[in-house]
Design a protein around this ligand. Sequence first.
Ligand SMILES: Cc1cc2nc3c(=O)[nH]c(=O)nc-3n(C[C@H](O)[C@H](O)[C@H](O)COP(=O)(O)OP(=O)(O)OC[C@H]3O[C@@H](n4cnc5c(N)ncnc54)[C@H](O)[C@@H]3O)c2cc1C
Ligand code: SF4
Length: 481
Amino acid sequence: MGKITGFIEFHRAKQPYRPVAERIRDWRQVMLPYPEAELKTQGARCMDCGIPFCQQGCPLGNIIPDWNDLVYRGQWQEAINRLHATNNFPDFTGTLCPAPCEGSCVLDIIDDPVTIKAIELAIIDHAFEQDWVKPLPPKVLTGKKIAIVGSGPAGLAAAQQLRRAGHEVVVLERDDRIGGLLRYGIPEFKMEKHVLDRRLDQLRAEGVTFRTHAHVGVDVSTEELKKDFDAILLAGGACAPRDLPVPGRELSGVHFAMEYLTQQNRRCEGDTIPADHEITAKGKHVVIIGGGDTGADCLGTVHRQGAVSVHQLEIMPLPPAHRAPNNPWPEYPHIYRVSAAHEEGGVRVYSVSTKRFTGDDQGRLQGLELVKLEPVRAGGRLSFKEIPGSQFTLPCELALLAMGFVGPEQPGMLQQLGVKITERGNVWRDANWMTNVPGVFTAGDMQRGQSLIVWAIAEARSAARGIDKFLTGTSDLPAPL
Ligand SMILES: Cc1cc2nc3c(=O)[nH]c(=O)nc-3n(C[C@H](O)[C@H](O)[C@H](O)COP(=O)(O)OP(=O)(O)OC[C@H]3O[C@@H](n4cnc5c(N)ncnc54)[C@H](O)[C@@H]3O)c2cc1C
Ligand code: SF4
């Protein structure tokens, strides 16, 4: 513990961001690094409380109190070694994680928690600046071959673990570029793609092979995979979107959030979108249906494209400013949050439901008919009742459906393999991360449902150990779950 009285002396400092007026004119990352001197002070706020609930709050089991102390002491090399021991990609999580660890920080009981996520990012940024992040190819090869389907954070973390254990690893991705939602879901202004690309360079240098345009179940048969590889990891994500089947859904101008976000990510990569496929908010009244993080990513994109107005609708009521009694510490706090995109503008509307989309005689979206809701709790279950007379309309030429995802896409690969599906629509697995099909494993959103990067990495590390054990009878790979 660096400074015994640090948590009394110092207050939490806010993560620096670029000014709104500047950042909404470009696509560059909005978050700025913490100044190093300030970080040491923030690290000194860690109380080294004895039972590190933060470490349990992190799905990866990151050894947080250790690196808080090491940063306070300026021992950066030791800090990155400690961080890489549990997390393949702290650059992704340090930038994008919603930091459930901070909700579990003991200081959060009486004060603001330690800035754990910012410290994590500073450690890995410092390590890249010092050129300490090197490829670690295996010294001994096992001769076993593993196919990983999907190149999101789960596929990438599993590839790194399995390659370092000495296996031949091929990642198959149906898209034209590697990265999963890190590439085509998460906007550039949240994490610039060069952060992903430098990790892909590291993986290639370690000996991982990537194959794009390889849609398993379509271009690549599952039988072929089973024949050519000793084990398969299904890390295909959970991107089947939840739809809104109300009248007018078929009008032009109503799109799923991922169609919209993918297009903008492609533009940022330098691609040209054909005019007849283009979805843009420029000069339009926009409504985003869904108040979550995907909706917020749409919001930031809409601002940058130059919309006339933007509303973000949420069916749930406005969350409380502080933890509700049924959401105690150390649970993740379900409270009102203002993301960077919300700071940039737009109107958030709570307790509202869409009755219909309305259009012109050419089939083009013109507006939304909405109704206000009140929550009804019966027998512990939450439902919603329309408030009579509360109907209202919003002008809208672009509606983006960001109401979450229903699970992995089942036709194709999953059906061909015959893997068992859980009641929630995800891929079933046993305690060793294997599906009901021998030699076929799963990790990430494909088995958990749409979730977080930190969970995808954590599960991938555990599944990698399961695969390593399956192939060699034993494993030294760490498994957080
Ligand atoms: C818009 C958006 C923003 C998000 N923002 C954040 C955030 O800020 N922080 C955070 O922690 N989480 C965020 N998430 C969630 C996070 O991105 C996911 O939980 C995470 O990417 C899951 O990783 P994964 O590897 O399991 O799957 P994915 O990242 O979904 O990758 C799966 C990959 O598998 C490929 N694939 C699927 N089927 C096949 C097949 N048959 N053959 C070949 N390839 C296939 C897909 O093309 C895809 O590239 C966000 C999600 C969305 C949608
Ligand atoms: S990965 Fe997320 S939960 Fe874990 S220490 Fe980092 S910010 Fe916290």
